[in-house]
Design a protein around this ligand. Structure first.
Ligand SMILES: Cc1ncc(COP(=O)(O)O)c(C=O)c1O
Ligand SMILES: [Zn+2]
Length: 450
């Protein structure tokens, strides 16, 4: 039962005569049997008060031509130029460090945990949450100025949970019933979980050779799973061709505004976890680039809000595998867009995105931040994965290991020094890749005679 705010006084003053055990509380009488109703009512009041902290969206703004679009109905990309849309709010009421410091103070008592601590900069909709965000920032045991943002701690064990929690929240807000996504694997698992939590349909298209865990999780969560003989780009084409006829809303990377909005919470978190200060560099394993774009948006907002100590924004480092490195090639060539990468192949499945939709936004961010794009071969990525497992006790995803490998590489080239304060993103937990890892390490189970 939902108790509307207008009916609250009536609910609170309710007092029955059948039970003789009455509890006197200044103005109200409560029977012991009423307490569940009272607690429920209070939790609804608390949730409603909390929702009121969330800003209404002023509009959606095109990342290319700056056209503004209303957020009153569901939107995909800019109607004029097909650029990705950013969510814009009036951040005025949350400006200043008093509002900022309330975030930590109110986090433990808020009805929604994790990334929803940033309610004042997220859309005002009732969250569909499984506890995503506020992941650990682990100091490295060997490199004094390195912290690892452990996104494997999210529901479905990757950072994809953040973007899809918000995209599904907004889908529910708009009353959408059928969502479709092309995925390299982990976004599929996350969409399947949040769609199940929200009671809506998920239609998933992913390469037939995704890590097995992605196939299993999506199936277990009850999604409609389609394995495609091709890459994520082929999956995207199929979704685009079928969505109208099937009545699907397409929540592809950067083709709707809210996955970026969820992923931006990584930028807020890393700054808060470093004492509201920027690090010198952020390493991000890059496929479609939503996290990189989201974090940069967070930094812009943090400055507008006055929540971050004045200082230079971090150098953003996009990390890819040499087997699929369209952003690195474009960066090195000084190009503004990437070219389709032929025969993309890497064991870091999430990085197998041959032509990211947000390539031009990423390239702009990398250059503006004084950052760089780096590609490393899979054998170096695997070596770093083993190194971090054995010496830090952390089972990285192959994508996360691309970031740790790139850190070593950029120290060696002199792009960074050991004194630079650095955040490396482990975007997922290694345990999602048991089949991939078994193959990479040549592991097979065999019984031992005792
Ligand atoms: C574990 C992991 N890391 C990184 C990425 C790349 O993320 P994005 O496409 O947002 O750049 C993915 C994408 O699937 C992923 O699953
Ligand atoms: Zn536009």
């Amino acid at each position: 039962m939902f108790v509307g705010i207008r009916s609250l006084p009536a609910q609170l003053s309710y007092s029955g005569m059948r039970n003789s055990c009455l509890i006197w509380s200044s103005d109200f009488h409560f029977r012991a049997a009423d307490w569940p109703l009272v607690f429920y009512t209070l939790s609804v009041v608390r949730a409603l008060c909390y929702l009121r902290r969330m800003p209404s969206i002023a509009n959606l703004e095109c990342s290319r031509c700056r056209k503004t679009v209303s957020a009153r109905t569901p939107q995909t990309v800019c109607p004029d130029c097909s650029g990705s849309l950013y969510v814009r709010y009036d951040l005025g009421p949350s400006r200043g460090t008093v509002a900022r410091d309330q975030i930590a103070q109110q986090a433990s008592s808020s009805p929604w945990k994790g990334m929803w601590r940033y309610a004042p900069v997220l859309p005002d909709a009732k969250p569909v949450t499984l506890g995503e965000g506020w992941t650990p920032m682990l100091p490295s045991r060997r490199f004094p100025n390195v912290s690892l943002k452990e996104e494997g701690a999210n529901p479905t064990a990757t950072f994809k949970a953040r973007g899809l929690a918000l995209a599904v929240t907004m889908a529910c807000h708009y009353g959408l019933k059928k969502l479709a996504v092309p995925s390299a694997g982990n976004a599929a698992g996350a969409l399947a979980a949040y769609a199940a939590a929200a009671g809506i349909e998920a239609h998933i298209f992913m390469p037939k050779d995704v890590p097995f865990a992605n196939y299993i999780e999506a199936t277990v969560y009850g999604a409609h799973v389609h394995l495609v003989d091709g890459l994520i780009s082929d999956c995207g084409r199929i979704v685009a061709e079928r969505k109208e006829k099937e009545g699907w809303f397409d929540i592809s990377t950067l083709k709707e505004p809210f996955r970026v909005e969820g992923k931006k919470t990584m930028g807020y978190e890393l700054v808060e976890q470093l004492g509201w200060e920027y690090p010198d560099a952020v390493f991000y394993p890059t496929g479609g680039g939503v996290g990189l774009i989201g974090m940069w948006k967070a930094f812009q907002e943090l400055e507008e809000l006055g929540w971050v100590r004045p200082g230079k924004r971090p150098r953003m480092v996009a990390v890819q595998s040499s087997g699929c490195a369209p952003v690195v090639r474009a960066f090195e060539q000084g190009a503004n867009v990437s070219q389709m990468w032929q025969n993309a192949a890497t064991f870091a499945a999430g990085l197998r995105v041959p032509k990211p939709y947000g390539d031009s936004i990423m390239l702009e961010i990398l250059r503006e931040s004084g950052g760089v794009a780096v590609a490393l071969p899979d054998d170096q990525i695997l070596a770093s994965l083993k190194d971090w497992a054995r010496h830090e006790g952390i089972f990285l995803s192959p994508e996360g290991a691309a970031a740790t490998a790139a850190y070593g590489h950029l120290l060696a080239t002199g792009f960074l020094t050991p004194k630079d304060r650095v955040v490396l993103f482990n975007t997922g937990g290694g345990l999602k890749y048991t089949d991939v890892m078994a193959e990479a390490l040549g592991l097979r189970r065999s019984a031992v005679e005792v």
